[in-house]
Design a protein around this ligand. Structure first.
Ligand code: GLU
Length: 473
């Protein structure tokens, strides 16, 4: 009998949502959609010291921007779902009820070691060069004291060993003597991650746990808990790590942006970012690089998740974003997208704006680049004299520009007519076209890079072009 597919993304609101977290959310989402299942958003907020209030909104806002809307769980508005609440701090009754049952059956106990005793035990282990594994035998004798207030509860790990299988990595086998009697309920009454995670995955009928591979080392504990509680285990799917561009260390802040909302601010399209993230640890077995969300859903499968680490190649993301900006948006859509990134005044003359956009659109890889790339057509440039006189002195340059102004006064001012005139002037003056055009480009725009010179002239129009050239003289 197959369980209905139910997966969850279970972030801890400890700050912003990391792009690696989004990759996890995306794989959960794709797997749910590919199999007619449910995608659930659960907040794991039982580590009260690391809890950040704004973290909750950051997670929701990030997933909302990317279109990764859950079917059940925490969201902007109330979502349907019979397994709530979906925030762990509101589920304490469930955890304590399971923990109390485990105490009654002898599977768990109140632990009375003081922090000092614990430190001493750890130091002993270090001296003896053995790993520190806490177990019941280390509990101090507390005689007839039955007051358990403020005491943490530990699992009494049984003898034997714990096997579990990961759908990507294969099987793992851990001897239970290596698993410490870990805390399941802390002194503050909140459950630990390891405990709450298992109880909730069970109560929420989670069929597949899809998460980052940093949780592999905790999974034996989870498997053991399922067994001790007599609950059926979910399938485990651990995703390969995402490494920074040098391919050695995990992607971190030092490698650039890791907060998803920074990608939003910089003008990446959500579709492009999702497409990029979908290929960090998964591929469809072909060389296709751009997938629509529907294609991703149709093609996604756990079998094609790779074991080896993925490398976060920011240049590839930029390239993909450029592809989306160039090919996946109509001109009108493009304009809607760049509006927040440019001064509103630029759109006063929509036809002029569009003529500029047609020249520049292919060079915009991120929406936040649009302002710099396009501004030469909207603002009077500041001309750097050194740039202008890089090769030729001031009087030579002034002479060329004066000649250009005179010749262009009566020009038709199309791309081709401008080109013909300027080439004639270059030949007549016996200067290399490259050298001459360089000076004109700097005089018109203050810059040395694209777009093409004749396009700049014809787009700016006669009045503005000649005004700029005169100002330079
Ligand atoms: N709360 C954990 C995290 O922040 C979730 C781990 C899991 O998915 O089991 O990543």
């Amino acid at each position: 009998m197959n369980k209905p597919i139910r997966v969850r993304f279970a972030p801890s609101p400890t700050g912003f949502l990391h792009v690696g977290g989004v990759r996890t959310a995306l794989f959960n989402y794709l797997f749910a959609k590919a199999n007619g299942g449910k995608f659930i958003l659960r907040l794991e907020d039982t580590d009260r010291e690391r809890f950040v209030e704004e973290g909750v909104m950051q997670i929701i806002e990030s997933l909302d921007w990317l279109g990764l809307r859950p079917d059940e769980g925490v969201w902007l508005e109330e979502l349907e779902g019979e397994h709530g609440p979906y925030v762990q701090s509101k589920r304490l009754n469930h955890y304590s009820s399971y923990a109390n049952d485990m105490i009654k059956s002898g599977q768990a106990y109140y632990s009375r070691t003081s922090p000092e005793q614990l430190e001493a035990l750890k130091a002993e282990a270090v001296l003896a060069k053995r790993p520190f594994v806490y177990n019941y035998a280390m509990e101090p004798d507390f005689g007839s004291d039955s007051d358990t207030k403020g005491l943490p509860i530990r699992l009494k790990v049984p003898e034997g060993s714990t096997n579990w299988t990961d759908e990507v990595r294969g099987s793992f086998d851990t001897k239970n003597v290596l698993i410490d009697d870990f805390i399941i309920i802390k002194a503050d009454g909140y459950p630990t991650y390891n405990f709450a995670n298992v109880i909730d995955d069970h109560l929420m009928n989670i069929s597949h746990v899809i998460r980052g591979d940093e949780f592999i080392s905790s999974t034996a504990k989870h498997a053991l808990l399922y067994d001790m509680l007599g609950l059926s285990r979910p399938a485990w799917v651990h995703l390969p790590p995402i490494l920074g561009p040098d391919g050695t260390k995990k992607l971190s802040k030092r490698d650039g942006d890791v907060n998803v909302l920074d990608y939003k601010a910089k003008g990446y399209l959500p579709e492009a970012l999702l497409n990029f993230l979908s290929q960090l640890g998964w591929n469809d077995g072909t060389t296709q690089e751009i997938f629509s969300p529907e294609e991703l859903i149709a093609k996604f499968s756990i079998e094609r998740i790779q074991k080896s680490p993925a490398v976060f190649d920011a240049q590839r993301l930029d390239w993909m974003n450029g592809e989306y900006l160039r090919n996946k948006l109509t001109e009108e859509e493009f304009i809607e997208h760049i509006k927040p990134y440019i001064p509103a005044g630029w759109l006063e003359d929509p036809d002029y704006f569009k003529s500029v956009l047609r020249l520049d659109r292919d060079r915009i890889k991120r929406l936040d680049e649009a302002k710099y790339i396009m501004e030469i057509f909207f603002e009077t440039p500041i001309i750097d004299k050194q740039l202008l006189h890089k090769k030729d002195d001031a009087s030579t340059v002034a002479g060329w520009i004066a000649k250009t102004i005179a010749a262009l006064e009566g020009n038709q001012f199309t791309h081709d007519s401008i080109e013909a005139t300027l080439r004639e002037i270059a030949a007549e003056m016996k200067v290399g076209a490259g050298q001459y055009f360089y000076v004109l480009r700097v005089a018109l725009t203050g810059r040395t890079e694209a777009p093409g010179l004749f396009d700049i002239f014809s787009t700016l129009g006669r009045d503005e072009s000649l005004k700029r050239l005169k100002a330079v003289i």
